[in-house]
Structure formats: structure tokens, C-alpha cells
Design a protein around this ligand. Structure first.
Ligand code: SF4
Length: 314
């Protein structure tokens, strides 16, 4: 007898407005200027997206000095870049297009504004993530203090803080973990200045809230996304903390643990903000080969955020 399996599908899931825009920028640049077009760093953290764009003529590099033909356009990824990068491109007389998500740019401008107003700026984020490197690179070297954990906040030496203090955050953090870090900051520095509007973006928040709703109801939970995707990794953590200990990241349908899944009655699926919907559908197709599948989409909220493309690509 074929096994019955219920899938709770999270909504919203998958592409956010910043990812949509960044991918469109690469595609439109390829159409307007022809291939090849260089992209500094993965445009968004998803293997499939990168593979598809490579087929269209995008060449991915980590640094500008890897670019062989500097007469070709170069695009900066959605995660944002330190100020040194556009400066280097200008020095090399390269034509560049910035695909930084406008919500990351908002954090950049916020950090810069606070620094100019004389604040000591704390950044809550993950060391070495490209977005964090980009935000830190908006200010002179060693002027932003990075904290990753509550412990990092506890370890700040108050005597070293000579100026008023303010914080900004990475956009793709865990909402709950960040709340604890911010609470600790506020206890330690009661006058600390908060961002006018939350830095963790709407897409990160909505995807995490949808997971919190579904994960406790599931025997297993899957987040479709690539290993280097910060927001996808956070969704796995959120699912585990919400009560579904058997939660994992699935880059492709080939990675599904079918033997464990067929022992389940109900599983949950979502996808990170950089994962194409096609990957979710491939996973469902694969599951249908092994089980009699019924799907219920659980809608937390509808999103209607869109970002304009740079004017020269319209
Ligand atoms: S996850 Fe948020 S900040 Fe990152 S690209 Fe998407 S909308 Fe922008």
C-alpha cells in the first residue's frame, strides 16, 4: 500500500523583492550589453540561480582583480559591497551596476549617518558574511564594532566606549536571537540608539514567522536553500527551536532523505529568500514518486514589496 504524506507548505517562501531585483539586473544587463557580464560574488546565495545565470553568459568572480576583460560590465551582488569596491572599479575605469538590495543600502546609509553624527556604531551580524563586510566597509577601518552573540555584548569593555552608542543589524538574522542580543545591549547601554525602522527585513521576518507556525505540527521540516544562504540557515534553526528537531536544509531534490520521510505522516517545506520556486516543486515531484501526497499551503501573510531596477536598465 502506498504511503500517505501530508505536506504543509509555508507561505511566504522563496524569492524576496531584493533577490528578484538582483537576478533581473543580471539578466537585463546581459540582454542590453551582451555576454559576458561579470558578477562580483554570487549574485544571491543559491547554486541553481548562479548555474542558470552562468548559462546565459554571467561570469562570477570574488574580487575585481580576477576580471580579465575590464571593458565588460560588472555587477555587485545583492549583499552589498564595501565602499572600496566601487572606488576600485572607478579607478580601473570599469562600468559597474550595483545590485545591492535597497534594504541593505538602508543599513549602509544608517551606519554612515550615525558615524558622521559622532556615534560609536555596533553592528549585530555574522562575521565574514558578505553583507557584514559590506556594511563594515561603509565606515573607516576598525570603526564599527561587530557583535555576534549575547556573550560578545557582555564582553564589550564599557571603558572603551567614549562616544554615544548606536546599533544596526544584518538584514537576515534570526529575529528571536537578535532580540536577545538587543535586549542585552539595552541593559548594558540604556541610552543606546536603535534604528528608526527595524533592520531585519520584512522577507526574513515573514519567512521565519511562517516556519514558527508550521514546524511544531510536523514530523520533519525542510528548508530549500543553499548552504551559504544565511536566511535559509536561520530558517532551519527557527524550525528546530519551534519544536521540529528533525529540520534540515535541502539544496536539491536529490538530497532528500526519502527513507526517513516515508516514516512521517506530516512534513513541512519552506524555501529561503534566494531559492527558486522550481526547487520546491522538484522536491514535491520527487516525494510524489514515493508517497501519496496531499498539500496544504499555510499562508501567514501576503507580500507586495517590489524594488525598481536601476534606471539605465529600464
Ligand atoms: S532577504 Fe531582505 S535584505 Fe536580503 S535581499 Fe531579500 S529583501 Fe533584501
Amino acid at each position: 500500500m502506498i504511503k500517505e504524506l501530508k505536506i504543509l507548505l509555508a507561505f511566504p517562501r522563496g524569492f524576496c523583492a531584493g533577490v528578484d531585483r538582483a537576478i533581473e539586473i543580471v539578466k537585463k544587463t546581459l540582454i542590453k550589453y551582451g555576454p559576458p557580464v561579470y558578477v562580483r560574488h554570487e549574485i544571491v546565495h543559491n547554486t541553481q540561480v548562479v548555474k542558470n545565470l552562468k548559462k546565459l553568459g554571467a561570469i562570477f568572480v570574488e574580487e575585481l582583480n580576477e576580471i580579465k576583460d575590464t571593458s565588460r560590465p560588472v555587477i555587485f551582488s545583492a549583499h552589498g559591497v564595501p565602499k572600496s569596491v566601487p572606488k576600485e572599479a572607478s579607478n580601473k575605469k570599469m562600468f559597474y551596476i550595483d545590485a545591492t538590495c535597497p534594504l541593505v543600502t538602508k543599513v549602509h546609509r544608517e551606519a554612515e549617518f550615525l558615524y558622521k553624527k559622532g556615534y560609536e556604531v555596533i553592528l549585530v551580524g555574522h562575521k565574514d558574511h558578505p553583507e557584514v563586510l559590506g556594511t563594515m566597509g561603509q565606515l573607516p577601518k576598525n570603526t564599527i564594532k561587530l557583535v555576534e552573540t549575547v556573550r560578545d555584548v557582555e564582553n564589550i569593555d564599557i571603558k572603551e566606549i567614549k562616544k554615544p552608542i548606536a546599533y544596526v543589524t544584518q538584514t537576515t538574522l534570526s529575529v528571536d536571537d537578535t532580540k536577545k542580543i538587543i535586549e542585552t545591549l539595552k541593559i548594558k547601554f540604556p541610552k543606546i540608539k536603535s534604528p528608526v525602522k527595524e533592520d531585519i527585513c520584512y522577507a526574513t521576518t515573514n519567512r521565519q514567522e511562517a516556519v514558527k507556525k508550521i514546524a511544531p505540527l510536523c514530523d520533519m521540516f525542510f528548508v530549500v536553500g543553499s548552504k551559504n544562504s544565511s536566511n535559509s540557515q536561520r530558517l532551519v534553526e527557527v524550525a528546530k527551536k519551534s519544536g521540529c528537531v528533525k529540520s534540515e536544509l535541502i539544496p536539491f531534490s536529490e538530497n532528500l532523505p526519502i527513507n526517513s520521510i516515508i516514516k512521517c505522516k506530516k512534513i513541512g517545506i519552506t524555501s529561503g529568500a534566494s531559492a527558486p520556486e522550481q526547487l520546491v516543486q522538484n522536491i514535491i515531484l520527487e516525494l510524489k514518486k514515493h508517497c501519496k501526497v496531499s498539500i496544504e499551503e499555510i499562508i501567514l501573510t501576503k507580500e507586495n514589496v517590489t524594488f525598481k531596477l536601476p534606471r539605465l536598465l529600464n
